[in-house]
Design a protein around this ligand. Structure first.
Ligand SMILES: [Zn+2]
Length: 80
């Protein structure tokens, strides 16, 4: 398992899809890798915001603003 393999499977991992042993391999890599930990945390926040948006009948504009801010921060490498 390496960083690019984890990146390719991050949504599968966050959605609890795939075989248990595959998820364990991903998890083991993430636990030892700061970069992948950040990627997973970022993608999880984005998923949370998207799920929040899906629950709303009308998506509030500030939600798009929060998503955009998050994505901009990630692009600029400002995310903790
Ligand atoms: Zn990694």
């Amino acid at each position: 398992m390496n960083c690019s393999k984890v990146a390719a499977r991050v949504y599968q991992y966050l959605d609890n899809e795939g075989m248990a042993w595959q998820r364990r391999r991903i998890e083991r890599h993430i636990n030892g890798c700061v970069d992948c930990t950040e990627v997973v945390q970022f993608e999880r926040q984005v998923l949370d915001l998207v799920q929040e948006a899906c629950r709303e009948e009308e998506v509030p504009p500030e939600l798009f603003g929060r998503l955009q801010t998050l994505i901009d921060k990630e692009r600029n490498g400002e995310l903790d």
